[in-house]
Design a protein around this ligand. Structure first.
Ligand SMILES: Cc1ncc(COP(=O)(O)O)c(C=O)c1O
Length: 401
């Protein structure tokens, strides 16, 4: 439609939301559907956080807040970065946005000019390339495939950098693969970045607290202090505290960048919801008991899903270090036929036929830029995960050579 902006030609709708929509439609028709597409914890926000929000309403914290966030939250963020990441970000070096998503968006908005390149390891979270494109930049994808446990090699990063590279976008633990980089693996990448002083680092640490076993989370500016002046460290409360609907994300970074993002936000949303900000103060400053409980729960779900998927014919499922996703390959099933005669020619067909045959909704790897794989979110009950994995096993066994 001629009326709409050209920028829309560069943007695709979210494939993950499309799968959830399709699953909802089938459910509405009375089908028994298990949705494993959603990227959010399946349980409620902890009570102490809800209570802080109720108290904020009762105190009348219902007015516009400073654009970058209430001082109490910026202070709590500054303390969180110091306590958990060993990073010194003064409160004025932090900014609060309407979800981590908006913080990422504003960082791109504040920095990208036409022709600027953003290096994005693939598979990637669906929103990264679209955000870059809306802001006029060029996403440059670098493959981080199953052979390297979905982690980018320093050699591949080195090759992807050009004089036009503005940002390297780093996400660990990753959506969609769950892969998380060890300290040494982060260091290998930051060593490359130290040789390219024009490249800035945008790190999305949203799944920081969801790492399993004895894995220790590491973030680039902590691993390589030499990158501090050109790194923005982005995080949020959505995944760590089961607060997706509250829409609070935040960042720490160099003052001039934070100020530029503040200016954009001032003309855009005027800042995040006052009540949600008070809830986030309690999330960051209050008891952290929720985090280890949450982590243990997700770890046992991960172990269940990985084990059951590896028992399915033709599926290969690596064990990820973090987040609540697995990213199995269905490569060995390409070329097989369903009982109805459809040839599985791609991960997209695999996903569609699985939904039709067994009512299990997952997302095709092609949506995340690397296949033939599919993403399963295990943020749902063990009972449902067990049932869903049994159905996947049955579906895979039913495919004919
Ligand atoms: C990798 C990654 N970054 C950022 C976000 C955005 O989180 P928020 O809910 O804080 O906007 C998500 C949410 O799915 C995510 O998976």
């Amino acid at each position: 439609m001629a009326f709409l902006a050209d920028a829309l030609d560069r943007v695709k709708p979210s494939a993950t939301i499309a799968v959830s929509q399709k699953a909802r439609e089938l459910k509405a028709k009375g089908r028994d559907v298990i949705g494993l597409g959603a990227g959010e914890p399946d349980f409620d926000t902890p009570d102490n956080i809800k209570k802080a929000a109720i108290e904020a309403i009762e105190r009348g914290e219902t007015k516009y807040t400073p654009i970058s966030g209430i001082p109490e939250l910026r202070q709590a963020i500054s303390k969180k970065f110091k306590r958990e990441n060993g990073l010194d970000y003064a409160p004025e070096q932090t900014i609060v946005g309407t979800g981590g998503k908006q913080v990422l968006f504003n960082a791109f908005m504040a920095t990208l000019n036409p022709g600027d390149e953003v290096v994005i390891p693939a598979p990637y979270w669906v929103s990264y390339p679209e955000m870059v494109a809306i802001c006029g930049g060029t996403p440059v994808f670098v493959e981080a495939g199953m052979e390297t446990n979905f982690k980018l090699s320093p050699e591949a990063l080195e090759k992807a950098i050009t004089p036009k590279t503005k940002w390297f976008l780093f996400n660990s633990p990753s959506n969609p693969t769950g892969a998380a980089y060890t300290h040494a693996e982060v260091k290998a990448l930051t060593d490359v970045l130290m040789r390219h002083p024009h490249v800035w680092v945008m790190t999305d640490d949203m799944y920081e607290h969801l790492v399993y076993g004895d894995f220790t989370f590491a973030t680039p500016a902590q691993v390589e202090p030499g990158l501090y002046e050109r790194t923005i460290t982005i995080n949020g409360v959505s995944k760590a505290y089961a607060m997706t609907g509250w829409r609070i994300g935040y960042a720490g970074g160099p003052l001039p960048l934070i100020k530029a993002m503040d200016m954009i936000q001032g003309q855009q949303t005027s800042g995040a919801c006052s009540i949600a900000q008070w809830a986030a103060v309690e999330a960051l400053n209050g008891t952290q008991d929720f985090i280890p409980k949450n982590r243990d729960l997700f770890q046992s779900r991960r172990d269940l899903v990985v084990s059951m998927l590896n028992q399915a014919t033709g599926i290969e499922c690596p064990t990820p270090e973090g987040a609540f996703y697995v990213y199995p390959s269905c490569k060995a099933l390409i070329g097989r036929r369903t009982e109805g005669g459809t040839v599985i020619d791609s991960d997209a067909t695999f996903v569609t036929e699985l939904l039709e045959a067994e009512g299990v909704a997952v997302v095709q790897g092609s949506a995340f830029g690397l296949g033939p794989n599919f993403r399963i979110s295990y943020a749902t009950s063990e009972a449902l995960l067990e049932e869903a994995c049994s159905r996947i096993q049955r579906f895979c066994a039913s495919l004919k050579a």
